[in-house]
Write a protein that binds this ligand. Structure first.
Ligand code: SF4
Length: 262
């Protein structure tokens, strides 16, 4: 299977799950296993998701055996890290994702997933494996998710509904959910209000957190940088006036102090 290496080493990336603090849980370190293909093609993807090799995988992806990924899981479990399946997107490698999930469960580890929200069916399989937390993308509104994710033929609106369904399935099953939305230069308050209404419409709100992330320009994408942090904080405060119980965060910078809770 194809995976992405972090700094040249597969499975070496560790990231704190800051959103857990917003749900009154302890921040845990996640060990990231990045699969090397994605069913979206976001122009701003930091992992080259829109640059494809001949076999459809991400151009920088390399071959890896499942045994090597299970060794990463062993190391993560010893270090008390959460094993997080990420990407690309794990949905492109469902059997490997399930195999890793079964292994982590068998070994008494903790399992998490980062998914673009495109497949409630896939997520149901992962929930059955004892998934503890999930980051689910909601990259834009019904009207602009197609542009944000590089999807054609009206697929954006369909994927929007699937993401909301996926979030609801997870939170209703007791999984901690981090809904993730990138903020671009032309993201509006109305956009956020549309998404907020859908995030709170189903599932279990107590299990759901909504993280906004400022778009950082990447090579190959000519979109403008977002407005300044203060204007995004203003939009969050406006959203909170309509949805005071919606737990929100803003990743303004990648340093720990750059994660703000609302
Ligand atoms: S869903 Fe994520 S991994 Fe896939 S192309 Fe978009 S940003 Fe990249």
């Amino acid at each position: 299977m194809k995976v992405l290496a972090h700094c040249g080493v597969v499975g070496s990336e560790v990231r704190p799950l800051y959103f857990l603090k917003g749900l009154n849980e302890k921040i845990a370190d996640a060990r990231i296993i990045s699969f090397g293909a994605c069913n979206f093609a976001c122009p701003y993807c930091k992992r080259d998701g829109n640059f494809r090799a001949a076999d459809g995988s991400i151009v920088s992806a390399i071959d890896c055996d499942i045994e090597d990924l299970l060794k990463v899981c062993d190391d993560a479990i010893v270090k008390k890290q959460v094993v997080r399946l990420s990407g690309g997107d794990p949905v492109v490698f469902p059997e490997a994702s399930v195999a890793i999930g079964e292994y982590v469960r068998e070994k008494g580890g903790r399992l998490s997933i980062a998914h673009n929200g495109s497949s409630p069916q896939f997520i149901k399989r992962m929930i059955d494996l004892g998934l503890e937390s999930a980051a689910i993308d909601l990259k834009g509104t019904r009207g602009d998710l197609g542009l944000r994710a590089g999807l054609k033929n009206g697929l954006g609106a369909k994927m929007y509904e699937r993401s909301v369904e996926t979030q609801d399935l997870l939170s209703a099953s007791g999984v901690f959910v981090d809904v993730r939305t990138p903020i671009f230069s032309n993201t509006t308050l109305d956009d956020l209000l549309e998404m907020a209404a859908d995030i709170v419409s189903g599932g279990n709100r107590e299990q759901e957190f909504w993280t906004l992330r400022l778009y950082k320009p990447v090579v190959g994408c000519d979109w403008d940088a977002p407005r300044n942090t203060e204007s995004v904080i203003w939009m969050i405060e406006e959203v909170k006036k309509s949805y005071p119980n919606l737990k929100m965060g803003l990743r303004a910078k990648w340093e720990p102090e750059g994660f703000l809770y609302f």
